[in-house]
Ligand binder design. Structure first.
Ligand code: FES
Length: 105
């Protein structure tokens, strides 16, 4: 398995608390989310019917899918309620030189 490489995605101060910003890294649409004083990165695709998660409500470390309301844990990606059952894809993030970097494997 190859090591994930951290790729700079967006400035830290461009992602306000309680918000998500869509970025494209290595051809993948990713939402960088700020919740509970933490940064998260998840794929912009719901596991239920592949709808985009952007514009979904973010609270207390989860994001809600705007299509049918499933919520996902931003850290683990786990589905928290129906209709989704499967997790969404999550990415490791780190901050370096004022930039949020996302690990792309
Ligand atoms: S597509 Fe997200 S809950 Fe249905």
């Amino acid at each position: 398995m190859s090591e994930a490489a951290f790729v700079p995605a967006i400035a830290v101060d461009a992602v306000a608390p309680g918000k998500a910003v869509k970025v494209t890294v290595a051809g993948r649409e990713i939402l960088v989310c700020n919740s509970q004083d933490r940064l998260f990165a998840v794929e912009n695709k719901c596991s239920h019917a592949d709808e985009p998660l952007e514009c979904g409500r973010i609270r207390n470390g989860w994001i809600a899918c705007p299509a049918h309301g499933a919520r996902f844990d931003l850290d683990s990606g786990e589905a928290m309620n129906p209709p989704a059952k499967d997790p969404i894809v999550t990415f490791t993030v780190r901050v370096a030189d004022g930039m949020i970097e996302i690990a792309i494997g």
